[in-house]
Design a protein around this ligand. Structure first.
Ligand code: URA
Length: 213
């Protein structure tokens, strides 16, 4: 059977970044936290490129010609606010021609139900799309975003996250079996508030400051 979840956790650079992102002392420095998320976004983007359409190109150097397999088309990147922004900027370092779709969803803290309330959609018809959200927790937001995007005709959707919970992966697999998840790490579980354990806490708050309720 085709693999539905790819984990990068064996890579020591990824391990180092995960360590630093989880560390509450380092989390106090928003610049470091955001820079680490961005770097993780670069590494995840490089892995993601292996699952996008490729083409062969030939290049002439000063001493001869060489062939290379490169990404055929720039994927559309979906920034899931607020937390997606830093990882998305890492993706843009790799996918330099990409356009960005912005989506905002809110989660009801009691029911954990998600509502999409803002969408700035780029043309995704016939294009590969990468949803960038560092935390795949219940899978509610991600699944809603996949359903919404599918109405606009992309050829492929890949979900890219730093931390995933098994519960979110199971939900996504059952509602969107065609969607591939690329995660830096799949953690143990969710707690009763829908946070990933051990995870890192609230990624949006750590990147942008606490929300006023
Ligand atoms: N969103 C977060 O920021 N952290 C979690 O653990 C789950 C959802």
């Amino acid at each position: 059977m085709e693999e539905k979840v790819i984990e990068l956790k064996k890579n020591p650079v990824v391990q180092q970044l995960l360590c630093e992102l989880r560390n509450p002392e380092l989390q106090k420095n928003r610049f470091i936290f955001s820079a680490n998320m961005k770097l993780l976004g670069i590494l995840l983007a490089a892995k993601t490129s292996e699952f996008l359409e490729q083409k062969e190109v030939e290049v002439g150097s000063v001493l001869g010609t060489a062939k290379h397999r490169v990404t055929a088309h720039a994927p559309v990147l979906v920034n899931v606010l607020r937390a997606g922004t830093a990882m998305l900027s890492g993706n843009l370092e790799v996918f330099r021609e990409s356009e960005t779709t912005v989506i905002a969803a809110s989660r009801n803290e009691e029911t954990l139900e998600c509502t999409v309330y803002y969408l700035a959609l780029n043309d995704v018809v016939g294009r590969e799309v990468i949803i960038v959200d560092p935390m795949l927790a219940t899978g509610g937001t991600t699944s809603s975003v996949c359903s919404l995007l599918k109405k606009h005709g992309p050829t492929k959707i890949i979900v890219q996250c730093a931390f995933a919970a098994p519960e979110g992966i199971i939900k996504l697999e059952s509602e969107h079996p065609d969607v591939l998840v690329i995660a830096a790490v799949v953690d143990k579980q969710l707690n009763e508030k829908g946070y990933i354990v051990p995870g890192l806490g609230d990624a949006g708050d750590l990147l942008c400051g606490k929300k006023v309720k």
